[in-house]
Design a protein around this ligand. Structure first.
Ligand SMILES: [Zn+2]
Length: 377
């Protein structure tokens, strides 16, 4: 009896059909597993362009590798949806006589997670596997008086198997070779995904899916839509700065990741209350255009998409700032997706948030027109 009742209740819960299909998930997996280090994003950008080509009328790439797909390229009113393509990484900086390799950061890569990690060194002859070496617990603790070493950029080193500098160089590794972590995409229980550099290639995935939905649902926009996958965000929002000046958009909708604040050692008092699985997280902040944000909130309200609002002080720390302040001021809004363990190799996302962030951008674009009143006064 109890079981029958339960089953009856279950059938009443209408599951909304997924916006995403097999092909979408295959693209995401491939895209996440393709390294795109800051300043060297070409690999990922090629994968992304190949996908976006089917859903946009034209595409172009700027001198530093920012990739753009355009719908209605001749329209005078221009709207951007944007994400950043680059992933944090390391640079080979010094090779010692024993063939050990010391690094410099390329973006805010986390030194605390490095010991014992597997990496790929992007050398002239292709990828070279290596590991972050670290003294064994036995040798660390053999002197009880000594303090445990903490991983820092100047004591972290890579071991690729070479035993002198010559052997390192023979593998095609040079000063300036970039290094990425080897960990890739995986799935956990309850619709969680993990991967390296979901920050922010999940954004690149989401804007591409928005373009796909517009095309497949045969939606006509009254403006030109520029789907922008910008390079070099992680070192100061630089790719966005360049492309904002080139496109000169009238409106920009940016997507990036934000911190889920439900796990230990994060202060909700400081970081706000955001949880994976509970919807997109737009923010208030001076660079965020108040009327455009209200417009997005109204769309969410109408479409019953839950939002987790938060605030930023001074800047958003995302490409939103670049778009807002480029040119003569471009009304810009940031729609972030909650993520756990940012800048580690196990960045974690919830599938619901991916779907709802895509839906929110999509519905916002459908509601927006060149006549949408964004005047402050
Ligand atoms: Zn980041």
């Amino acid at each position: 009896m109890a079981k029958a009742k339960k089953e009856k209740e279950k059938s009443k819960v209408k599951k909304t059909p997924s916006l995403l299909n097999e092909k979408s998930w295959a693209f995401l997996k491939n895209y996440i597993n393709t390294p795109s280090p800051v300043g060297f994003e070409t690999g990922g950008q090629k994968v992304w362009l190949e996908y976006i080509k089917q859903y946009t009328e034209s595409q172009f790439v700027d001198p530093y590798g920012t990739a753009v797909g355009v719908i209605n390229p001749d329209a005078p009113f221009k709207v951007v949806i944007e994400a950043h393509a680059d992933e944090i990484s390391w640079f080979v900086n010094y090779i010692n006589d024993q063939g050990l390799i010391y690094l410099k950061r390329n973006g805010g890569v986390d030194h605390q997670i490095a010991p014992a990690m597997r990496v790929n060194i992007h050398g002239k002859k292709g990828l070279v596997k290596a590991v972050f070496g670290w003294p064994a617990i036995h040798t660390r603790l053999s002197n009880p008086e000594a303090k445990e070493p903490q991983p820092k950029t100047d004591n972290l080193f890579l071991d690729c198997g070479a035993r002198n500098k010559k052997e390192v160089e023979a593998l095609g590794i040079h000063i300036g070779s970039v290094v990425t972590y080897a960990d890739g995409y995986d799935e956990l229980a309850y619709d969680y995904l993990i991967g390296r550099a979901f920050d922010n290639r999940i954004g690149g995935f989401m804007i591409a899916e928005v373009a796909r939905l517009l095309k497949e649902n045969k939606k006509n926009l009254t403006y030109g839509l520029y789907v922008v996958n910008a390079v070099q965000e992680e070192i100061g929002l630089r790719g966005a700065e360049m492309i904002a000046r080139r496109i000169k958009p009238n409106v920009a909708i940016i997507t990036d990741v934000t911190h889920d604040t439900q796990t230990p050692m994060i202060s909700k008092i400081i970081e706000g209350d955001v949880a994976c699985g509970k919807g997109p997280s737009p923010c208030f902040g001076p660079a965020v255009h108040n009327k455009l944000l209200q417009f997005v909130q109204d769309v969410a309200d109408k479409k019953k998409i839950p939002l987790q609002m938060r605030t930023v002080s001074r800047s958003t720390g995302t490409d939103t700032d670049s778009f807002a302040y480029a040119n003569d001021g471009c009304p810009s809004v940031l729609i972030s997706i909650p993520l756990r363990y940012m800048h580690t190799t196990v960045e974690m996302l919830h599938k619901n948030d991916i779907e709802q962030t895509i839906q929110l951008m999509y519905e916002t674009l459908l509601a927006l027109t060149p006549k949408t009143n964004l005047n402050y006064i």
